[in-house]
Design a protein around this ligand. Structure first.
Ligand code: 5GP
Ligand code: ZN
Length: 137
């Protein structure tokens, strides 16, 4: 897919209207069109980069600025107590839009939502620990 067809490039160019939450020179945030919880939003670079690996390190401070400012706005607006930041990179990790983006998902205590990294059974956890030990990390 080229930048002309990319849905997030269209949003960055203003061709698809979104309600901007926050923006700086190189990043922009807006609500996800298919929210998994109230306030689920996305942070994207205004230029087309496929994955996190394509983002220049020099953009790090601006990315962090957009992630933090957007999260603070969402925490306040939706009276949330916490938030998850998730980035799916490459199709195998669930990336559907191949323009790097960061989901910000407001959370409340016991909201029963997704995103626990701690659901493994003890036997599975022990297996992964053993494999990682054998590989050296
Ligand atoms: P991925 O699975 O690639 O990490 O997530 C892509 C996200 O982009 C999905 O949550 C989807 O709802 C969102 N999305 C896709 N197209 C649009 C759009 O045109 N507008 C907005 N606001 N979100 C979109
Ligand atoms: Zn793009």
């Amino acid at each position: 897919m080229n930048n002309k067809e990319c849905v997030f490039c269209k949003i960055a160019r203003g061709e698809i209207p979104v309600e901007k939450i926050y923006e700086n020179d190189n990043f922009l945030s807006f609500p996800d069109a298919n929210p998994v919880v109230e306030g689920h939003s996305l942070v994207i670079p205004k230029k087309h980069f496929k994955t996190l690996l394509d983002l220049s390190n020099t953009l790090g401070a601006e990315l962090l600025d957009c992630l933090k400012k957007t999260s603070v706005i969402l925490l306040d607006k939706y009276k949330a107590e916490g938030f998850n930041v998730v980035s799916n990179n490459f199709s195998s990790a669930g990336q559907a839009v191949h323009h790097v983006h960061f989901h910000i998902i407001p959370r409340r205590e016991k909201d029963g939502k997704i995103l626990s990294l701690h659901d493994l059974k003890d036997s599975e956890r022990e297996m992964w620990f053993l494999i990682m030990s054998l590989r050296g990390f």
